[in-house]
Design a protein around this ligand. Structure first.
Ligand code: HEC
Length: 152
């Protein structure tokens, strides 16, 4: 009689554990499905075109990724350049690349940005590439407004 009772109690415990496990699995499946169906929004984009390809090549040849990151590629000795085309104008970038200065970003960096020493044509192509790195949904008009706010 005593053994039967013990077996019963054990079985109730097992049912609780089993029920709990089923709930956990069901919860994981539902959450997994939701994550699978709704990927995180793409925040930054690269509007690649024939015009930007030469600049993209220069960007790599000039070792910009040794200090900067774009789409997670590069290092963080300098600020990430994702979306830079939505924050700066062609004029600002051209002037900055020729005569970089510290303190344009919110963070402090230990390395100094070296001036770009390529030809004017190369500088122009490099800037075209940087301008194509944009924030999702931004337009050139929005960038102009942003520049006005920055007083640049
Ligand atoms: C030795 C490291 C180093 C290299 C190489 C370098 N940069 Fe920089 N860059 C920096 C740092 C550091 C800053 C941030 C300056 C600050 O705000 O204090 C910066 C800032 C910038 C900015 C301004 C970012 C902003 O938020 O407005 C741009 C654009 C830029 N770099 C582009 C380039 C390009 C293009 C190249 C390649 C030709 C390059 N950098 C090479 C270190 C570097």
């Amino acid at each position: 009689m005593k053994t039967v009772q013990m077996a019963m109690t054990l079985r109730v415990g097992e049912w609780i554990v089993l029920g709990g496990s089923v709930l956990i699995v069901a919860f994981s499946v539902v959450v997994g499905y939701i994550i699978y169906k709704k990927p995180p929004p793409v925040e930054y984009i690269y509007l690649a075109s024939d015009e930007t390809l030469a600049g993209e090549r220069i960007y790599h040849q000039a070792s910009c990724p040794s200090c900067h990151e774009v789409f997670g590629v590069g290092t963080s000795f300098g600020p990430a350049l994702d979306g830079i085309g939505s924050r700066r104008t062609a004029g600002w970038l051209e002037a900055y690349l020729r005569a970089p200065r510290a303190g344009v970003s919110a963070k402090r960096y230990r390395l100094r940005m070296p001036p770009y020493e390529g030809t004017d044509t190369e500088l122009n192509q490099l800037v075209k590439y940087l301008l194509a790195l944009r924030k999702q949904g931004s337009t050139p008009a929005a960038t102009a407004v942003l520049d006005e706010q920055l007083g640049e």
